[in-house]
Design a binder for this molecule. Structure first.
Ligand code: GLU
Length: 547
């Protein structure tokens, strides 16, 4: 077979040469050991936790080594593409703090190795496709969908491996005349790889996460170019990661079965094989067994979910880091305020089997992250969240930033900060009572006489002075306690509870209910300082009326 003629027939328009491409995309001028990695997502409109796991791994590996991280949009499957998906993708990754040195941007590209959208690279792929045909390593296949389906059904009936291989590869060695006739008849064709692999032979491979693997050679003549001339993932991956000078391919381990084919492809093309980092899936417990997180069943797979639930980005980031490197938590304990970039990330520490996603753990991490923030930062992030997901609350927060910030400052800082909020969603329940519209009617415990509760509230309103320091404030509460015949001596009360109708704790409880509508709140003195005199007195009088 005259493969040069065949190549010219199939690719009459290829104008570029490989030498030109090599010159246009030269090896990168980077220090020894610098890793070039990428995120190469498909723009499906759905950005999931797995993207973040993969992205963070690539990001840490490249930036930690003073290398390059770029974003390549793998849009070869036009059917799956959702309008606006690239924008969603870029914004979401940016929101989670993944910084790309180059790659696709919302309205174009930035960097010297583009275009970074695969559909814009069709001409480039064709240069290599043509060469593979010239070398007899690829050939056109004119099989129709029906023929391929019939083939698969026959293979299934015979209990054979399905696929286009061996005797089933019916276009593999067709004479040139057949190809010419099919082309002349205008039949659509795909370009297939001519595999030289043996499905019975195995070889060893070293993956940076999975370790030493034994894999089976590929013997299937996989598709390189689809009938529209757009490459499959496999072919695009080989060409792009070669020309973009990727040193490390970090991707989900669902690609592991295709690896033998990818290795063949790099060899056939004469490209140096990158290092591979195959990441295991994210799983969750379902009853007593583990299963992969699924887009269909698990809303928590989508990154938008965490935003809506009110998890700060910092929390999701910290949690993913703890998932990826088990020593991250110890490091964080020892370096509570250090930027996470100072942690020495290692792909070798990733669990090859994947990770169990633990919602409770994420919540815990989030609680700590929120507790660590300054009141100003907490205010800014909470308001941003509320404006989007609880606009009524957002409007209240925005109306008086100093008031809201003072509320959020309660118990912040110091060695043992309060940990009231796991997510921004918790904030309304925690601090809503500071806003009159969210203040609940107090429900006083029935075991106390109404008259005694009223007496406490009246007495307190009479002596209350917002200029008091907390010690004086408490002395006043204690004085009222004694005046209504309750005790301030908790120990004595415990030993002999029948001797008094109640204690100073009950008196504080009445005040707390009147002022906050709740049985639990942060330190009441502080709460009253923030509420201020007018609001505090108004609430006490309101409670008195409700009795
Ligand atoms: N587009 C592929 C995916 O989203 C990329 C895999 C890779 O990183 O090479 O799974």
């Amino acid at each position: 077979m005259d493969t040069n003629t065949l190549a010219d027939l199939l690719f009459p328009d290829v104008a570029m040469t490989e030498a030109e491409l090599e010159a246009k995309y030269p090896p990168r001028n980077l220090p020894e050991g610098a890793i070039v990695s990428r995120m190469a997502p498909s723009p499906t409109g759905f950005v999931h936790l797995g993207n973040l796991v993969q992205g963070l791994t690539s990001e840490r590996m490249s930036h930690q080594s003073n290398g390059v991280l770029f974003l390549r949009v793998e849009d070869t499957d036009a059917k799956r593409e959702v309008p606006g998906a690239v924008e969603v993708l870029i914004n979401t990754l940016k929101h989670y703090g993944i910084h790309f040195d180059e790659g696709a941007t919302i309205d174009g590209d930035s960097g010297d190795y583009g275009p970074y959208r695969q559909r814009q690279r069709a001409d480039i792929y064709h240069v290599y496709a043509k060469r593979l045909v010239q070398e007899g390593k690829a050939y056109p296949c004119f099989c129709t969908e029906e023929e391929l389906t019939a083939m698969r059904e026959q293979q299934e009936a015979n209990k054979e491996t399905t696929g286009y291989y061996g005797k089933y590869a019916i276009w593999r060695d067709r004479p040139l005349e057949d190809v010419q006739a099919a082309l002349a008849a205008g039949k659509p064709w795909v370009l297939r790889f001519r595999s030289t692999g043996d499905g019975e032979r195995q070889f060893k491979f070293d993956d940076l996460v999975k370790g030493k693997l034994t894999v089976t050679e590929n013997n299937v003549d996989h598709v390189l170019l689809k009938s529209d001339g757009i490459p499959t993932y496999h072919f695009a991956h080989a060409v792009d990661d070669h020309l973009m000078r990727t040193t490390h391919v970090v991707r989900g381990d669902e690609w592991l079965p295709s690896l033998p084919f990818h290795i063949q492809l790099f060899q056939a093309l004469g490209f140096k094989l990158p290092k591979y980092v195959h990441i295991g899936p994210l799983m969750k417990m379902d009853g007593t067994s583990k299963r992969k997180l699924s887009k269909r069943k698990d809303p928590e797979l989508a990154l938008t979910y965490y935003k809506a639930e009110g998890f700060p980005v910092e929390a999701v980031y910290e949690y993913i880091m703890t998932l990826l490197n088990s020593n991250y938590e110890d490091w964080r304990r020892a370096n509570p305020t250090a930027p996470s970039a100072e942690f020495k990330f290692s792909p070798k520490k990733l669990n090859p089997a994947g990770n169990l996603f633990d919602y409770a753990k994420l919540t815990d991490v989030s609680k700590n992250e929120i507790a660590k923030m300054s009141a100003e930062k907490a205010y800014a992030l909470l308001t941003e969240w509320a404006n989007e997901f609880d606009p009524d609350f957002g409007a209240k927060l925005s109306a008086d930033p100093a008031y809201a910030t003072a509320i959020l400052a309660i118990g912040r800082g110091g060695k043992k900060p309060r940990k009231d909020l796991s997510t921004w969603k918790d904030a309304k329940e925690y601090m809503g009572f500071f806003y009159d519209e969210y203040l609940a009617e107090p429900v006083f415990p029935e075991r106390f006489r109404v008259a005694v509760i009223a007496a406490v509230l009246e007495k307190f309103a009479a002596v209350y002075d917002p200029a008091d320091d907390s010690a004086t404030w408490f002395e006043k509460v204690k004085a009222i306690t004694t005046e209504v015949g309750f005790t301030t001596d908790m120990k004595a009360y415990k030993a002999n509870p029948g001797a008094w109708p109640g204690t100073v704790a009950d008196v504080s409880g009445f005040l707390r209910l009147a002022l906050t509508g709740k049985e639990n709140s942060p330190d009441l003195y502080t709460v009253m300082q923030i509420l201020g005199k007018d609001r505090s007195l108004e609430r006490i009088h309101r409670a008195l009326k409700s009795l």
